[in-house]
Design a protein around this ligand. Sequence first.
Ligand SMILES: Cc1cc2nc3c(=O)[nH]c(=O)nc-3n(C[C@H](O)[C@H](O)[C@H](O)COP(=O)(O)OP(=O)(O)OC[C@H]3O[C@@H](n4cnc5c(N)ncnc54)[C@H](O)[C@@H]3O)c2cc1C
Length: 677
Amino acid sequence: MSSGEEILKTGSIRHKRVHHSLLRERSQADFDPYELKLFIFDSEDMLKAKESADKAIEIHDVFRTPSEWHSWDREEKVRDAMRKIYHFHKKQKDIGFQGLTYKRMMVACEESMGQVPVDLHYYMFVTCIKYLASDEQKALWLSDAKKLKMHGCYAQTEMGHGSNIAGLETTATFDRSTDEFVIHTPSLSAYKFWPGELGKFATHAIVFAKLIIDGTDHGVQSFLVEIRDKRNHCLLPGVIAGDIGPKYGFNMKDNGYMALNHVRIPRTQMLSRYSEVSEEGVFTKKGNLKILYTAMQTIRILIVRMAFKNLSKGLTIAIRYGIVRTQFKDKAGSDEERAIIDYQTHQFKLIPILSQCYAFLFVYQKVSKDFSDLKKRIKAGDLTGINDLHTISSGMKAFYTWMTLEGLETCRQSCGGAGYSMFSGLPGLVQDYAAQVTYEGDNTVMAQQGARFLVKSLGKMMKGETLTGWVSYLNKVYEVTEYKCKAEKPEDFDSLETLEEMLVVKTCFMVGDTCMKMMQGDEPMQTKWNEMYQQELVEMSKAHTMLVTFQIFRDGIKSSWLQESTKKHLCNLCKVFAAHQIYLDSAPLFECGYFSGGHQKMLLEYMKMQFKLIRPVMLPLIESFGHNDNILNSCIGNSYGDILENQLESAVNSDLNRKDMFPDFEKYMKPFYNAKI
Ligand SMILES: Cc1cc2nc3c(=O)[nH]c(=O)nc-3n(C[C@H](O)[C@H](O)[C@H](O)COP(=O)(O)OP(=O)(O)OC[C@H]3O[C@@H](n4cnc5c(N)ncnc54)[C@H](O)[C@@H]3O)c2cc1C
């Protein structure tokens, strides 16, 4: 048992006592954390929405997630999610959200509720109707979809075809005699596999299938197919569907499989904003298909948002735990153990992730704004910038989700054994997030889209065109690779201009070198892309994305309305972001002769200097993201710094402790103890 003095030092949720180290670190903020919080949530309105949602959740048990949630099976988790979304809809009018739009409430609540059985419906199905349906179709379907009278899923992936959408096998054959399409799954590899909400819930699916008219293949198109009878929720004739079973994460989601056996739908259910089939069976394309990028853009922006939301959750847990958890006495005779966050290696683990978290936040704000400007331009018929935004967001999708997954795993490891317990909340974060590197375009494939744009851009530049936008730095591609680093001591790296120069030189060298290789030799382009230089292409795509991220982060800080006292810390994080990216892979800078002996060591020393500045404000910087204890649902990352009582309580209440004796113990184990076998 602990002594009275020890007890007072610990955080305790039960006794509403905050750990003294967290109190000290919170009071250490030399900037206004509320101001930063306001900035993160973008507006007072949004922050208020979030705070109202938090309050409503506090007073309504149904929204709260108990610690036992971590050990629930799939069925319990799905039921919990259904219950939450039902009460959210039902009580939205009288639980303190008054005056806020539905969308704002939903955004404010989504994190507290976790995965619910309608998010794919809203993010994918409703978005598809908005972007792919004709005006007449929208008038028919959109309102029902928004009200959930129609619950839809997005059925693209097949067992045999994921990244290569052109290879999909499901067919939609036009039958002129009945004015219908016949949707059919011709083989095992054509089974739809993975769509979220298909397994148990969806009444409708947007099915991606090859359009066949009179034996001619017109490529993949999308079709609205009713799959379950709304009266009894049974599958309709010709539809075979179900849940795909347990997964690495996302286990509260009913990802499904589906085969369609000659299912007939009216001709008018082909989504016809960009292509259409007439009664006579004439296929026509209309509008500019590039506008379709805007549908993808909505999801990609959401993915950038999910990156900093998830990283900030993992970091809130890891930083609080790092401050409260102590190991080893530093000085002989001292009673005090050192907080693990004060070990240099611990700061090396967490501070670069904190810098990435803020970088992604600034990028999210920038691309959201660029996207809404782009949508206005598109309405006026101007598509300028659509390619640029599309390709930079492919790279962001790939590299941010990879970095976030790695960052979350690092947060988990930084909590030692406690981070291995499901009750810490960290394994669940890693597992659920892991899907993001695969869905919405596998990362390796996305990274290559970014690379393709760079190769094309360099080609244009070499033909004499002046590049603009995010690739404008490539205008000086060969000139900058002649630069030499002027740093003679660690302090010389302490300038945003110097750090940008390093990133520019590195990217130019990688892009220039790879593109040169792509231009030489007689091998077919496909061979060069897929067999000879694919790794270099992906690496240069990363370098480009990191450079653009740094630039957006830096410019965002400069142009923000934040006070200098806050900007100073964000600027330090921005410097860490750049220095860490170079430190992780400085080989290209040595290869092109920009770096010489000693520079890597100086860079390391420079990062140590930066870490000293950031360490005292790590807690207020991360707590500004405002994740409350219900959202984190972590026995080690709560706002009280209660890592002992709470951890033990979670353990005591866990599944295996509900029965004194394990089932079948008497039969299989007891005989050993009684020497009977
Ligand atoms: C949790 C989750 C939810 C999902 N939700 C949906 C949904 O709602 N609707 C839906 O339709 N689908 C959904 N999917 C499916 C998802 O979109 C696909 O898994 C994804 O497109 C990748 O396809 P695949 O699984 O067939 O992998 P593959 O394309 O077979 O890729 C396998 C591996 O091969 C590599 N690879 C593939 N092509 C190349 C290449 N050209 N060069 C180099 N490497 C390559 C990839 O990098 C990957 O490592 C979901 C998936 C998950 C995990």
